[in-house]
Ligand binder design. Structure first.
Ligand code: FAD
Length: 380
């Protein structure tokens, strides 16, 4: 059975970057990739005859010098700088993105533009407090009307999820520093002086108007990374899909079972596993559980994401913040104390942490039974 120090699931950008950095340090690494032909995951470039197709246009833009240096190390001679042409097709018209104020005004019409500004002002006066979803966050920054015109359909098409199910944190991270005023001042500048030089890393993330691109598409980067992994002694098994992962506490090793595109089984062992497969898929393979019970919010969120009923036992944690977000079948067992919530590294009030120690097995049992009943009911 082939053994490696590290076993990586998935030869997309995350898996290959990890494998490249590990093999560079002489750490033995094996990678499996479900796709029989392409590395690069959703950043791959597929070919058909003489044509190359990028699954998504990928801008190679990062504020992190470490990341940019790594790209240049993997692909030293094949980056080209390209002007960005992104347009939103709305109501039969193209809108440049980043927006150009006068073009947007013309395309939307003066009445619609005025309505957008009014809707923005209304949100400024009555914002959604504690925005939870992408929808809440963007509507607070731009107004409900602009959200529905420029953000909703685009985001839902690209990410395949409702904007009400995408968390506000993600919006804040993707559209960092941007609100209607910065967008409008940028739009005015764009209308007056359209072409600027290459992105300098200081600009607001979604507004950069030139970017670097591998000459033959983003897949070129990941094909080069795969070559480097193999040159460094790593092994990439294409057309090999993870089937199961098991940790053996005695040997302190993982046993990994995978199945090839042809239906054959492969077995591996490793000291460590890195997975870049969708968390949903990984948890379904590792867990297959009927219910999750625990006091760690991380695995609880993951279990909730794969629709496993979740029961979390909290001591000092702020339940409203840490409980699984929008999970249908979820319950929290917690005894409330005046000092709750607290940082939780030790008890600051009593000799022992009464908040967690006061929870009885009977409390958990009652909650578990009612959760299982509710889950059975909601799934019929
Ligand atoms: C339309 C679009 C445009 C984008 N534009 C940009 C951009 O401009 N700039 C940017 O930086 N990012 C962009 N992104 C995001 C970028 O593509 C992703 O962040 C990146 O590909 C994530 O890499 P990853 O390795 O985590 O996952 P993935 O790319 O999803 O790779 C995961 C790999 O794991 C493999 N795998 C999955 N399950 C298994 C299994 N069970 N066994 C074995 N292998 C498995 C998959 O086949 C895949 O190859 C864009 C995405 C889209 C959809």
């Amino acid at each position: 059975m082939p053994h490696s120090d590290v076993f990586v699931i998935g030869a997309g950008p995350a898996g290959l970057t990890a494998a490249h950095l590990l093999t560079k340090q002489g750490i033995s690494t094996a990678v499996i990739e479900a796709d029989p032909r392409y590395v690069g995951g959703i950043s791959r470039t597929a070919s058909h005859g003489p044509f190359l197709f990028d699954i998504g246009g990928h801008r190679f833009f990062s504020k992190s010098k470490e990341v940019v240096d790594l790209w240049k190390e993997i692909l030293p001679n094949d980056f080209i700088t390209r002007p960005r042409l992104s347009r939103i097709y709305y109501n039969g018209k193209y809108f440049s993105y980043p927006l150009k104020a006068f073009e947007a005004l013309n395309n939307l019409g003066y009445v619609e533009s005025a309505l957008c500004v009014l809707s923005y002002l209304q949100k400024q006066a009555f914002p959604t407090e504690n925005p939870e979803s992408f929808h809440d966050w963007v509507a607070n920054q731009f107004g409900e009307r602009l959200f529905s015109i420029f953000f909703k359909a685009y985001t839902e098409k690209v990410w395949g999820m409702s904007c009400d199910e995408i968390s506000a944190d993600w919006a804040a991270q993707r559209i960092k520093g941007l609100d209607l005023w910065s967008a409008m001042s940028n739009a005015l500048r764009n209308s007056i002086a359209p072409a600027r030089g290459p992105a300098n890393g200081q600009q607001i993330k979604t507004l950069i108007d030139s970017f670097e691109y591998p000459r033959k598409g983003p897949g070129m980067m990941w094909e080069a990374a795969a070559r480097r992994v193999e040159e460094g002694g790593g092994k990439i098994h294409m057309g090999t899909r993870l089937d199961s992962l098991r940790w053996n506490a005695n040997t302190k090793r993982w046993t990994i079972t995978a199945v090839t595109a042809g239906g054959d089984w492969k077995f591996f062992t490793a000291k460590h596993v890195i997975s870049s497969a969708p968390i949903r898929e990984l948890v379904a393979l590792t867990a297959g559980a009927k219910i999750f019970v625990g006091n760690d919010s991380g695995p609880a969120h993951i279990a909730a994401a794969v629709r496993i009923p979740v029961l979390v036992i909290f001591g000092s944690s702020h339940a409203a913040v840490w409980k699984p977000w929008k999970a249908v079948d979820a319950a929290v067992v917690q005894n409330y104390f005046d000092c709750n919530p607290c940082p939780g590294d030790r008890c600051y009030v009593y000799e022992e942490p009464r908040c967690i120690l006061s929870i009885t097995t009977e409390q958990v049992k009652v909650c578990l039974e009612s959760l299982l009943r509710a889950a059975a009911h909601s799934r019929t």
